[in-house]
Design a protein around this ligand. Structure first.
Ligand code: SF4
Length: 412
């Protein structure tokens, strides 16, 4: 079986204590959607994202009030034990905000800038240089994040003009991809010329089309050794956004490309912002790159399952594991490697349950109302009665305590 390609070699970048690239595990990051000037709301959401497992959190810094709030947000989080690195997202006036708010420049762990809207014409170079000089002064890394929705128009026009008179013209889409890549690479080169270390630069080239995203990152990865931030921009809502992001990033990660990822999901109105973190974790976990949460294998159910017992139990178990993880990470080291199986009948139930650490095979239609439970491949009990679900949950809790609890750690 062909596994993933070897990770692409990239220069490691320290983002507030979190290593991105340089052979480190792929880092999960996210972004708030609160008004950063609203300190309470932003602190609350950063805490939610960090608790869900976001290892870096980006916040918008769009005006003086937001910049002034940043150090207070950082301090408030620190006072409650959250030291997640904060990244400032700057557009248009980043040079001015970072100049006018030194406490903000100091509090942030990284600056994200977009070369397409740093400034225009003569001002662009000057404002870009100011941003880079500030990053050097405060010893902060920078993500040069190109986005095809705000691509450097001058660069695109020049490449389109050159392509028009080329004897072997490329497609318009290929020229656009080239402009995206050149925008990132030329900006990084300029940042290095100003004095920013290669180990202080992360690149991203985000587009919203899956095939273009794969093509653009494959090309970018082959042309540089900067650490790369992966993301499908404007991925969309719900399953569409999840599938599109997972398809694009799954292929790139399998090819060894990508040092940090963000899933740019549009939340439902009033929806849970932490979904983007969970999806990023599930993507990395399901591909075998990282382990974040215990896995619950459950069959899809079919005509052999006329009751909802097994769907309810599978959901109960998954919810219980998910909500318990923030506490369990401390209390039960290694619990994220746990696998649980909840199966609907005898066809695949015992077999799948034997592959899990702990599994239950519920009775299907017409089967004896008994549910065998397997632990580490051995049948250990047969549960009966109306409270099978509660009995099984108690067995899972007991297994976790014995395998990952303090007693077990001491014994090993
Ligand atoms: S394990 Fe049984 S209930 Fe589940 S999908 Fe297969 S046949 Fe259907």
């Amino acid at each position: 079986m062909a596994g993933p390609a070897a990770r692409r070699k990239s220069v490691g970048v320290n983002v507030g204590g979190v290593l991105v690239g340089g052979g480190a595990s792929v880092v999960v990051q996210s972004m708030t959607n609160t008004d950063t000037a609203d300190i309470d709301a932003t602190v609350r959401q950063v805490m939610q994202l960090a608790r869900a497992g976001s290892e870096i959190v980006r916040i918008t810094v769009d005006r003086d009030e937001s910049a002034a709030a940043v150090p207070h947000i950082r301090d408030r989080l620190a006072s409650m034990g959250y030291d997640v690195p904060l990244v400032g997202d700057f557009h248009y006036i980043g040079h001015k905000l970072l100049t006018d708010h030194p406490a903000c420049a100091e509090a942030l762990a990284k600056y994200r800038i977009n070369p397409g809207n740093v400034g225009f014409k003569a001002k662009r170079d000057l404002q870009f240089a100011t941003l880079i000089e500030l990053a050097i002064r405060y010893d902060k890394p920078v993500r040069i994040g190109v986005n095809w929705g705000s691509l450097d128009e001058e660069l695109l026009t020049r490449l389109m003009d050159e392509n028009a008179v080329s004897p072997n013209p490329m497609s318009a889409a290929a020229v656009q991809r080239e402009a995206i890549i050149q925008s990132a690479l030329l900006s990084a080169q300029r940042a290095e010329e100003i004095g920013l270390g290669r180990d202080r630069i992360i690149l991203s080239t985000k587009v919203s089309d899956v095939q273009h995203l794969i093509a653009v990152y494959q090309d970018l990865a082959a042309r540089c050794d900067y650490a790369l931030h992966l993301g499908l921009t404007e991925a969309g809502m719900g399953s569409k956004g999840i599938v599109a992001s997972s398809a694009a990033m799954g292929i790139l990660l399998q090819q060894g490309i990508g040092d940090t990822i963000r899933i740019s999901l549009t939340p439902e109105p009033g929806g849970d912002r932490t979904t983007e973190v969970k999806v990023a974790q599930e993507l990395l976990q399901t591909m075998g790159f990282r382990q974040f949460l215990p896995v619950v294998a459950a069959c899809p159910g079919c005509g052999r399952t006329t009751s909802t017992t097994f769907q309810t139990l599978a959901k109960d178990i998954q919810d219980h594991l998910n909500t318990s993880m923030p506490e369990w990470r401390e209390r039960y080291p290694g619990v994220e490697t746990l696998s649980v199986a909840v199966m609907g009948c005898i066809v695949n139930g015992p077999g799948e349950s034997k592959h899990a650490n702990i599994g239950i095979s519920l009775p299907g239609t017409g089967e004896t109302p008994a549910a065998p439970v397997f632990i580490d491949g051995e049948k250990v009990a047969t549960l009966r009665g109306a409270d099978v679900a509660d009995q099984f949950k108690a067995m899972v809790a007991d297994y976790i305590e014995k395998k990952f609890g303090a007693g077990q750690q001491a014994a090993e």
